[in-house]
Design a protein around this ligand. Structure first.
Ligand SMILES: [Fe+2]
Ligand SMILES: [Fe+2]
Length: 273
């Protein structure tokens, strides 16, 4: 049974349980290996990402004097830590399905730590805010395209809805911390482009690594990708538009509000809103 803890300001810490021991199909997303491994690939990146977000935001805790934002930082950190743990638990599903992921994870961890060591704390918070824009955009796609979930295994649907809903809830926290500590617009832009390159590089590498283990050729992969694009062609356009909104100087994450939809879907998968 799910338990939850209500905290102030509309963001909540929840402790849903996921039945990762159940029989999750190998290609659980639209029966399509490329789309499934794209999500599996993101899944491999999330724990490192999210622990980095928590460190970046908490570095500036002593400079946050707005009690509301401070409270949000606390809940943000708890939500991200729980996301990281849930995605790490999912690693076992991939291993049970026969995938070798340790080497990839080692390389990715080494790379992520190197970036963190080289970046200033202000660049780190700007990278976090940009990455949070990515996760909130993915959440927006999730909540505006419910047909993506038709026939999806309930455990995976629950994992995606829960994570997406909390990304919607805390979408502005890192951005507001970044503003509070005076990160300028060029740094914000630089971080957005660095994050975009990072996402593209590592999500492509992780997807290809998993497809390679399935012995699926590049040509076959393109065919699966095209099949998905035919089914859900508008998603790519929607994603591009939402992502690029970040480069407007007056952008704020709360310009988009999916909260009602997020909470409705949380309820549908049996998690308290
Ligand atoms: Fe998250
Ligand atoms: Fe997040």
């Amino acid at each position: 049974m799910d338990t939850d803890t209500t905290l102030k300001h509309g963001i909540k810490i929840r402790h849903p349980e996921f039945d990762f021991k159940s029989n999750i199909p190998q290609y659980w997303f639209c029966d399509n290996p490329v789309i499934t491994h794209n999500f599996n690939g993101y899944n491999l990146l999330f724990p490192e990402f999210e622990r980095f977000f928590v460190r970046s935001v908490n570095y500036f805790r002593s400079q946050i004097h707005d009690p509301k934002l401070l409270q949000q930082v606390i809940v943000f950190s708890a939500q991200e830590s729980l996301h990281a743990q849930a995605h790490e638990d999912y690693f076992k599903v991939l291993e049970r399905q026969g995938y070798k992921i340790d080497r990839f994870l080692r390389y990715y961890k080494r790379y992520a730590l190197m970036i963190e060591r080289m970046a200033t704390p202000k660049l780190c918070i700007a990278l976090t805010a940009a990455a949070e824009h990515y996760t909130a955009t993915i959440a927006h796609i999730v909540f505006t395209n419910p047909e993506l979930f038709h026939g999806m295994h309930p455990t995976m649907k629950k994992l995606i809805i829960w994570h997406s809903a909390e990304e919607v809830e805390h979408r502005s926290v890192a951005f507001d911390v970044m503003k509070t500590v005076g990160v300028n617009y060029p740094t914000r832009l630089l971080a957005f482009f660095m994050t975009s390159l990072d996402m593209l590089l590592w999500s492509t590498l992780s997807t290809l690594m998993l497809l390679h283990q399935d012995r699926i050729s590049l040509l076959k992969s393109f065919q699966f990708k095209r099949q998905f694009s035919k089914q859900f062609g508008s998603i790519k356009r929607q994603m591009r538009q939402s992502l690029l909104a970040y480069i407007k100087a007056d952008f704020h994450p709360d310009d988009i509000n999916d909260l009602q939809q997020a909470h409705k879907q949380l309820k549908e998968v049996g998690i308290n809103e």
